[in-house]
Ligand binder design. Structure first.
Ligand code: DPN
Ligand code: CA
Ligand code: ZN
Length: 327
C-alpha cells in the first residue's frame, strides 16, 4: 500500500471514531471534549503500514532456507537454526539485543529473544510466534507467516526509532510443533519476579491462510487484562473495515504458557484445518466448505499457500498492536 493510501486509511479510521464519539456525546455535553479512546490515540495513528512485499520477501527466504536444508525448518533439523540465524542477523543489524535460549527436547531447541533497548523494564510487552515448522515441509503459513510479520514489524520499530514507554520484547519460539516446548521453557525458566514484569503477550501463529478467516483470540477464560488486547485488535480491524470473530485457541499455541502463568494474552489467527462456513465466505471472501488452510501441516505449505491480503492486514495489525500497547 502506498503512503498516501496508508494515510488515507488512518484518517478514515479516525474519522469513523470521531463520528461515533460526537454522536455519543451530543445528548449530554456537546462542549466537553470527548474522552479519547485508548485505541485511537496519536500513537495508534502513527503505527506504520507494513509493506506486504517485505513480509513476502522474508517468506521467500524462509522457503529458500528450508529447501537448502532438507526441505523443512523443524525442531532439531538444520533448517531450523539456519532460519533462526536469518531472523537474528536482521534483528542484530537493526539494533535489537538478541539472545538464543537453549533447551533440550529430544535434541537441542532454541528460542530467539529480541529486546528493543529502553522502556520500563518493569512493564514488558511481548510479541511472538513459533519459528519452527513441521517436518514434512517448509511451513510457510505455519508459522513462517507470523515469524515474518513479526520480523518486519520489529524492523519498522528500528527504522522509526520507536521509544515505547514499556519495554518491548519480541520472541520466536522453538519446538512449538512438538508440544509448545520452547515457550513453555521460557516461561518456566523465568523467576516469579521476572514473570511479574511481563504486562502481556500477543501471539501470531498462522496469519496468512490461503482461505483466510479473521479470528481474534477470545479473552474469555483468559487472565485479567486480556480483554484489552482483544478490544484493541477488534477496534483496529473495525477501523480497517474487516469483520472479525472471536476464537478460543486453548492450548494450541504459544500464548498458553503465558496464560497459565496469569499473564494477559491475545493474538490473531487466519485458520488451519477448520472449514469456512457459507456465512464466513460471505463476509470474508474465499471458499465455503474448504479448509482455511488446505495445506496445514502438509508439504504444500509453501509461498503459494499464502493469502497476501490476509498477510498484509495481519502484519499491519501486529504493528498497530506494538505501537498502541507499548505506548
Ligand atoms: N499452532 C499451530 C498448530 O498447533 O499446529 C496452528 C494453530 C494455531 C492451530 C492456532 C490452532 C490455533
Ligand atoms: Ca500493509
Ligand atoms: Zn502447526
Amino acid at each position: 500500500m502506498s503512503l498516501g493510501r496508508a494515510l488515507g486509511r488512518k484518517v478514515a479510521a479516525l474519522g469513523v471514531t470521531a463520528v461515533t464519539l460526537a454522536g455519543a456525546c451530543a445528548a449530554t455535553a456537546p462542549s466537553e471534549p470527548a474522552a479519547a479512546s485508548p485505541f485511537t490515540t496519536e500513537r495508534y495513528a502513527a503505527a506504520p503500514d507494513i509493506p506486504v512485499a517485505d513480509v513476502q520477501a522474508h517468506l521467500a527466504e524462509l522457503q529458500r532456507i528450508a529447501a537448502a536444508n532438507g526441505g523443512n525448518r523443524a525442531h532439531g533439523q538444520p533448517g531450523y537454526l539456519a532460519a533462526l540465524e536469518y531472523l537474528r542477523s536482521a534483528l542484530d543489524a537493526a539494533g535489537f539485543v538478541t539472545t538464543l535460549q537453549e533447551f533440550e527436547a529430544n535434541g537441542t531447541g532454541y528460542n530467539l529473544i529480541a529486546d528493543w533497548p529502553g522502556g520500563d523494564e518493569n512493564a514488558v510487552m511481548m510479541f511472538g510466534g513459533h519459528a519452527d515448522s513441521v517436518r514434512v515441509g517448509p511451513g510457510i503459513n505455519d508459522n513462517g507467516s507470523g515469524s515474518a510479520g513479526l520480523l518486519e514489524v520489529a524492523l519498522a520499530v528500528a527504522e522509526q526509532d520507536l521509544a515505547p514507554a514499556k519495554h518491548l520484547r519480541f520472541a520466536w519460539w522453538g519446538a512449538e510443533e512438538i508440544g509448545l516446548v520452547g515457550s513453555t521453557h521460557y516461561v518456566e525458566s523465568l523467576p516469579a519476579d521476572e514473570l511479574a514484569k511481563i504486562s502481556g503477550y500477543l501471539n501470531f501463529d498462522m496469519i496468512g491462510s490461503p482461505n483466510a478467516g479473521y479470528f481474534v483470540y477470545s479473552s474469555s477464560g483468559q487472565p485479567d487484562g486480556s480483554a484489552t488486547f482483544e478490544q484493541m485488535l477488534n477496534d483496529h480491524y473495525a477501523a480497517a473495515g474487516v469483520p472479525t470473530e472471536p476464537i478460543q485457541i486453548g492450548g494450541r499455541s504459544d500464548h498458553a504458557a503465558f496464560a497459565d502463568a496469569g499473564i494477559p494474552t491475545g493474538g490473531v489467527f487466519t485458520g488451519a484445518e477448520g472449514t469456512k462456513t457459507p456465512a464466513q465466505a460471505e463476509k470474508w471472501g474465499g471458499t465455503a466448505g474448504d479448509a482455511f488452510d488446505p495445506c496445514y501441516h502438509s508439504p504444500c505449505d509453501t509461498t503459494d499457500n499464502i493469502d497476501a491480503t490476509a498477510l498484509d492486514r495481519n502484519s499491519d495489525a501486529i504493528a498497530a498492536a506494538v505501537w498502541t500497547l507499548t505506548a
